[in-house]
Write a protein of this length. Structure first.
Length: 128
């Protein structure tokens, strides 16, 4: 065994990945609203930034961690869209979730793409 393998700690790796996901999600959240103020619609940004942050700091490949990041990226994308453009009839989150299927296809595609990036970036990490 090399010295690098002996000192590798998966718990530290996952903690770093979670920190990266949190920081990336926050940057993506604020980035989305900043970009929206400029007149552009970048709903992939919150989930994608979450995944990029997680992938940048995690030190090994973990399929369960990648799945959690993908689901978190989807949830962040849905939450961001709800805060940005809630339904006029009822602005509650419950109503929004119940009528998620009524969103425009491009909105659903951007949310799904953010979820994919949220999964893929930590998944492609290799042990460092």
């Amino acid at each position: 065994m090399s010295d690098e393998t002996k000192t590798f700690n998966p718990a530290v790796s996952l903690a770093l990945g979670c920190l990266g996901a949190l920081l990336g999600g926050v940057v993506g959240w604020f980035g989305f609203f900043w970009v929206a103020q400029q007149g552009f619609y970048a709903l992939v940004l919150p989930g994608g930034a979450l995944g990029i942050g997680a992938g940048a700091l995690v030190r090994h490949r973990s399929v369960p961690f990648s799945i959690v990041c993908g689901v978190a990226a989807l949830a962040l994308g849905i939450f961001t869209e709800w805060k940005f453009a809630p339904f006029i009839k009822d602005a509650s989150l419950g109503y929004f979730l119940a009528h998620l299927h009524q969103l425009k296809p491009v909105t659903l595609i951007f949310i799904a793409l953010g979820g994919f990036v949220g999964f893929w970036m930590p998944f492609r990490a290799k042990q460092r």
